[in-house]
Design a protein around this ligand. Structure first.
Ligand code: BGC
Length: 772
């Protein structure tokens, strides 16, 4: 079979070598059969490579940021002029941050019509949670545990971005993180590698679709390879020093899952990993990614990360940095300007093998062919399509759907929620309640400010209740946001009196508190993870006049809110939910959507507990106090448990788990876990049933619990269903410290329930060896 495929490839290469030249359209790929199509692409790539000079191949490895008023005159001096000159020579393979059909068309035209070989550019952009119509930030979406909704959200993002000229997104970020101080937790799927892997797959499928040449799809990029989410003390860009067990079992799995589902690109990372910057890390990029996982797409550097290897103290100058990055397997240079300047010389000196340059160019061209850019370089450049696509109603419907699913009900005492739909006086308090920009998050680069539906607007759509609003206090930011200084007086309590006066006479008070949209994201780490500014004081003051508070949180990371948990009867985690934020929140508050979200990250009691995560290891000491015991593993001033555990989330329905059965079939090599799930309430609702395992004794110790299955189950009032999971070697094994996947016979525990603090447990004895 393989042999036949090789013969076909050789024949196709010969045919195309014989016939192909630039002036006709034979570079186009238009076969339907995917094997033939791949073979045809390979032959076209080889043909093109055979015509390219060394400099042109290196050109493919060069990516520039947008650089001049693209539809105006080209610059005649400065950095812009240089980039322009390189573009015309065919020394640029990709551009980022050029968006909108007109601008993309302008650069693409130069690449296609003015360069010797007419190779189209691949156009990259950070389509992180939407292009113009925004979905919830990725951490929020992950709280839905709804893989279909997450995939749909990526589809919407892809279709909208593709209509605006983009064909490559720098997403998904698949970095696992356990540190709420790190500003970029908002961009990932949280703390768990199993959930993170499933979500990475859903996002990649959504962006790339079934066929990359479909004009509604774009290439995805798994980033940041690797370890970026483990920056020491949660400070962005900081050193990463992790052991092999954490690397193989926690950090790498979502990346490997991304390659298995066919992600076409990877981005490396700003951080060093165990002493070697990720960008110059051969072990990561060649040994693991390209050799072990057989990844045949390409790796782009992070912004300027090749140059940054000098600051890291790894490369002594730009030339050495280029040498290290190229040899390590970084295929494309994002904005370091070093490949284009240094690589040809390095090849001539014998410091970089030309084969590696050809390999990098091959990988990049392959993805361009797959996108269909050689069939039609302007396929993403249709002004009519752009106009008809951006902001389509169906996109708003889809992002509203995923937004409501992303909300997590943390607490709901005395059924304060859902709100009654008439004859209620509702006081709405907090600057974020009236904020149409913060819900867009910090990655909103193609969306206009003020385009989100605010909470106030969402609530006002429900007639029958009287709504009064007072800001109370601003949200602190205290930082420079890109070029804009946000001048917000964080100490100003002058609005407290008005807030208290409207709260006093209200039936219910809705307080919308949390973080400004720019308080999370890149370079936005925090050492305090409570409510910024005077919001905590505002909350306590309002509570002193009316205890009937629903606290709606808008934030991009887990917050530590022990006072609120102790006093406030209802708490709703509403993150930064994107364009439809206020509508989604109102639907949940009024019960038109019964909340179903579950936390993808543990919420600590205070920042001192961080990093805190559910899948920790046992120590040699007890984790729970025993009578008279002093020397157990604990703090003297705080409990070991989080405020809200991973997987936690309530519903207006009530779910009961019962009758757990665990059957190990040592002949068939599966373990079947089944249990009953009942909706013990009068409301239809959805529950994320979760399955955890614990490998009790292993050659490399295993966590106390590991998520290994989940299912989103919808149940009518009173309905009961039997839920079944099958565990195989895929779920029961782990990576040893050499990176080999292994599985060890012995005793395992199984836990089942609605959070990582599950209610049901059982054991089984695994008696088979892993298949080779
Ligand atoms: C970020 C990447 C992003 C790139 C391009 C970098 O600062 O780390 O995640 O894709 O910029 O905008």
């Amino acid at each position: 079979m393989k042999f036949r495929k090789e013969i076909i490839i050789i024949l196709l290469v010969l045919v195309s070598l014989y016939s192909c030249n630039k002036s006709d359209d034979r570079l186009a790929v238009s076969s339907n059969n995917s094997d033939n199509k791949n073979a045809l692409i390979e032959s076209k790539v080889e043909d093109l490579l055979s015509k390219m000079t060394l400099e042109e191949k290196i050109g493919q490895m060069n990516q520039y940021n947008g650089f001049w008023d693209l539809t105006g005159p080209a610059p005649s001096e400065g950095a812009g002029a240089k980039k322009y000159e390189h573009l015309r020579k065919g020394y640029v393979g990709s551009m980022l941050n050029v968006r909108g059909v007109e601008d993309v068309m302008a650069v693409q035209k130069i690449a296609v019509e003015e360069t010797r070989l007419g190779i189209p550019l691949i156009i990259g952009f950070d389509v992180i949670h939407g292009y113009e119509t925004l979905s919830p930030i990725p951490l929020a979406e992950s709280a839905s545990w709804d893989l279909e909704a997450i995939k749909k959200s990526a589809e919407v993002a892809a279709e909208e971005a593709a209509a605006a000229g983009i064909n490559w997104t720098f997403a998904p970020m698949v970095d696992i993180s356990r540190d709420a101080r790190w500003g970029r937790v908002m961009e990932g799927a949280g703390e768990d590698p199993f959930l993170g892997s499933r979500i990475a797959e859903a996002r990649i499928k959504g962006f790339q679709g079934e066929d990359l040449s479909d004009p509604k799809t774009i290439a995805a990029c798994a980033k940041h390879f690797a370890g970026y989410g483990f920056a020491e003390a949660g400070r962005d860009y900081n050193t990463v020093d992790v052991g092999t067990s954490t690397l193989y079992n926690t950090i790498l799995p979502p990346f490997e899952a991304s390659t298995r589902i066919g992600v076409r690109t990877f981005m490396n990372s700003f951080n060093e990993l165990n002493g070697i910057p990720a960008t110059g890390n051969k072990f990561l990029q060649r040994d693991i990614l390209k050799d072990k996982w057989n990844f045949d797409g390409f790796v782009v550097s992070d912004w300027g990360s090749i140059t940054e290897m000098i600051a890291h103290g790894h490369a002594k100058d730009g030339k050495q940095a280029a040498e290290m990055a190229a040899n390590a397997g970084s295929d494309m240079d994002m904005e370091s300007y070093l490949y284009v300047e240094e690589l040809a010389g390095l090849v001539k000196e014998g410091k970089v093998d030309e084969k590696l340059i050809t390999d990098a160019a091959r990988r990049i061209l392959r993805v361009k062919f797959e996108l269909g850019l050689f069939d039609d370089p302007y396929k993403y450049c249709d002004l009519d399509r752009e106009k008809a696509t951006l902001g389509k109603q169906e996109f708003h419907d889809a992002v509203l759907d995923v937004a409501q699913k992303s909300i997590v009900l943390l607490k709901n005492e005395n059924n304060l929620l859902p709100l009654k739909k008439g004859n209620q006086k509702i006081a709405v308090i907090g600057a974020l309640a009236n904020d149409k920009t913060s819900p867009l998050g910090s990655w909103r680069i193609a969306a206009e400010d003020e385009t989100a539906v605010s909470v106030l607007e969402g609530l006002k759509q429900y007639n029958g209740n009287e709504i009064v609003y007072a800001k109370g206090a601003d949200v602190s930011t205290g930082e420079t946001v890109f070029a804009k200084e946000l001048t917000i007086n964080t100490k100003d309590k002058s609005g407290f009196a008005e807030a208290k006066s409207i709260a006093k006479t209200a039936d219910v008070v809705i307080m919308v508190l949390g973080e400004h949209g720019f308080q999370t994201g890149e370079a936005r780490s925090r050492t305090e993870i409570d409510l910024p500014g005077v919001q905590q004081e505002l909350l306590e003051e309002v509570y002193s006049v009316n205890k009937n508070i629903v606290l709606v949180l808008n934030n991009g990371r887990p917050l530590a809110l022990p006072w609120a948990d102790e006093h406030v009867p209802a708490i709703v985690e509403a993150w930064q939910l994107g364009t439809q934020s206020g509508n989604a929140i109102a639907k949940v508050l009024y019960g038109d959507y019964n909340p179903s979200g579950k936390l993808p990250m543990s919420f600590p009691r205070n920042v001192g507990q961080v990093p805190i995560y559910y899948n920790y290891k046992s120590t040699g000491r007890p984790n729970e106090p025993a009578p008279g015991e002093v020397f157990w593993s604990h703090y003297t001033d705080q409990s070991n448990t989080p405020l809200y555990p991973f997987g936690h989330g309530l519903s207006y329905s009530k779910f009961e788990y019962s009758d757990l059965s665990v059957q190990a079939n040592n002949v068939e090599k599966t373990v079947t876990v089944s249990f009953n799930l009942k909706n013990d309430s009068k409301l239809k609702g959805k529950e994320v049933a979760q399955l955890y395992i614990q490998d009790l004794f292993a050659s490399v110790t295993r966590p106390v619990r590991e998520l290994k299955g989940f299912e989103l189950v919808e149940l009518e009032p009173g309905e009961e269903k039997r839920i079944e999971f099958a565990l195989t070697e895929e779920e029961l094994g782990f990576y040893d410290n050499e990176g080999n996947y292994t599985m060890e016979p012995g005793e395992f525990k199984v836990y089942v329930g609605g959070s990582s603090i599950t209610v049901l447990e059982d054991k089984f004895d695994l008696q088979w060896e892993i298949s080779q």
